[in-house]
Design a protein around this ligand. Structure first.
Ligand code: NAD
Length: 495
């Protein structure tokens, strides 16, 4: 079985730790590769390579950095079907969806190509007599990026194009469940002409993560993953004096008002609930139906669910398997919990017949009505193809429900009433809001990030906020002497 290497200082390197993880093809249900987990010596070597590459990369002109960014973008555009195939083979999502995530990541590369403009400072001439004040933005050093399994290309691309464009060097620690995409992107950087050591990939589990969090030469940590780990990453990085942004889990609600177009709602709920088998942090997990719409909406959703083809993402299917058997079983266990808690299982995905190998990690689309809000099915992030319905009597009841949750990543409202939508965007305590749009992932020149337990730290991903995160500002006050200078004055200059 082949072993996926790390990427250190421009070369593929096999770990000598003797510790490995299995990498599965979820549609086959078989381990097809292994990945070596880094030990402390390998973590130190990776950080040393990134640190050594930093001064030259930082000092390269923005025009030259920009040229390399453009080349990376062109290569990505030309070769992305290769990357999509890698994603499908390790994550399981269907090929079209894998291509979709690459395209959304590529948007950030395209945004970061605007680095000369985004790195401009400010200048005030004559802030005091003959005194100019100006600011410059400089990179922060070695940036650590720790990413989840569900977007092996897009989530790293939320961060590394911006970090690299801003003059930093990067260590990416991808999920051990699907690490090959990271190596593919490292090879692409090399082909684009990025100097060795600017982009590195460290494979591993908690040991590799802790190695980055505790290393004095790592300046920042950008993390995306589940909430308990995000909280740990945030606290440990902050304690160690690092700049940190840690994006956590989600439980996204779709509020459906009685005046909404129920066909549009049903299409959107099915797309957003079951796309990528529900393994998206912006997936819709709960439909909050303001009565009297629930019965007719459920009928329309059910009708559409019957048309979803579950199977191997390389075939012509709509929805692939879950990422591992363990995760599949955990997601399926929520259906049992729903039954015990008195909810109505309208469509049960446990008996799905998939167009794929019998051992694949299959779970079909599942719809559960009348989910009690006290149930774990309502409260916890399930991260699979399980869509709950909660019935409420009014807009206010629906809003209170959404605002009382622990997470605040995404939400959507479906209505034809502009006033209601405007009220919702003002009142809801969530970071990303869709109005008749079910998965409101912001485009690259805005920033991505939720509220409450969906984001620890105050910086979101990409957009101008991304450039702020990956730079530090200096403000310079300067006076060039002219013949009229001189004289003592022990106070601050005042004019
Ligand atoms: P995860 O938290 O299990 O893993 C994320 C990363 O943390 C991986 O690289 C993993 O190796 C590492 N890790 C795991 N356990 C660790 C530990 N004990 N100590 C240190 N590091 C550890 O998440 P996942 O299962 O890979 O991804 C799914 C989760 O990510 C979901 O909760 C989802 O909502 C979340 N997510 C959030 C966003 C967002 O933008 N908010 C985006 C994508 C995914």
């Amino acid at each position: 079985m082949s072993v996926i290497p790390m990427w250190i200082n421009g070369k593929a390197v096999q770990s000598k730790s003797g510790r490995f993880g299995d990498v599965f093809d979820p549609a086959l249900g078989e381990a097809t590769k292994q990945v070596g987990f880094a030990n402390q010596e390998e973590i130190n070597a990776t950080v040393a390579a990134a640190k050594a590459a930093f001064p030259d990369w930082r000092d390269l002109s923005t025009a030259r950095r920009q040229a390399i960014m453009f080349r990376f973008r062109e290569l990505l555009e030309a070769k992305k079907p290769e990357l999509a195939a890698i994603i499908t083979a390790e994550h399981g999502k269907v090929l079209s969806d894998a291509l979709g995530e690459i395209t959304r990541g590529q948007e950030v590369v395209e945004f970061a190509c605007g680095l000369p403009h985004l790195l401009k400072g400010e200048f005030s001439e004559n802030a005091s007599t003959n005194v100019d004040v100006y600011s410059i933005k400089q990179p922060i050093g070695v940036a650590g990026i720790i990413s989840p399994f569900n977007f092996p290309a897009m989530v790293p691309m939320w961060f590394f194009p911006v970090a690299i464009a801003a003059g930093n060097t990067v260590i990416l620690k991808p999920s051990e469940k699907d690490p090959s995409s990271a190596i593919w992107m490292a090879e692409l950087w090399k082909e684009a002409g990025l100097p060795d050591g600017v982009f590195n990939v460290l494979n591993g589990d908690k040991e590799a993560v802790d190695g980055l969090l505790n290393h004095p030469d790592v300046a920042s940590i950008s993390f995306v993953g589940s909430t308990p780990i995000a909280q740990y990453i945030y606290e440990t990085s902050a304690k160690n004096g690092k700049r940190v942004q840690a994006l956590g889990g989600a439980k996204n609600h779709m509020l459906v008002l009685p005046d909404a177009d129920l066909d549009l709602v049903a299409d959107s709920a099915v797309n957003a609930g079951f796309g990528s088998a529900g393994e998206r942090c912006m997936a819709i997990s709960v439909i909050v139906a303001v009565e009297p719409v629930a019965d007719s909406l459920i009928a329309k959703v059910k009708e559409r669910m019957a048309t979803i083809k579950v199977g191997d993402g390389r075939r012509n299917c709509d929805m692939g398997p879950l990422v591992t058997k363990q995760h599949r079983d955990k997601v399926a266990s929520y259906i049992e919990i729903a039954e015990k808690d008195g909810a109505t299982v309208v469509v049960d995905g446990r008996g799905v017949v998939a167009d794929g190998a019998p051992g694949g990690f299959w779970l079909g689309p599942t719809l559960i009505d009348k989910v009690p809000t006290s149930s774990k099915v309502y409260k916890e992030e399930i991260f699979g193809p399980v869509l709950s319905v909660v019935r409420v009597q009014s807009y206010d009841e629906g809003l209170d429900l959404i605002n009382s949750g622990a997470f605040g990543n995404g939400t959507a409202i479906f209505t034809n009433d502009g006033g209601a939508a405007r009220k919702f965007q003002n009142q809801v305590q969530v970071g990303m809001i869709g109005i008749n749009v079910p998965i409101p992932v912001p485009v690259a020149h805005f920033s991505f990030g939720g509220w409450k337990h969906s984001l620890f730290g105050d910086s979101r991903a990409h957009g101008e906020e991304g450039f702020r995160f990956f730079t530090q500002t200096k403000v310079i006050t300067s006076r060039w002497l002219d013949p009229s200078h001189g004289g003592l004055n022990l106070g601050f200059p005042q004019n």
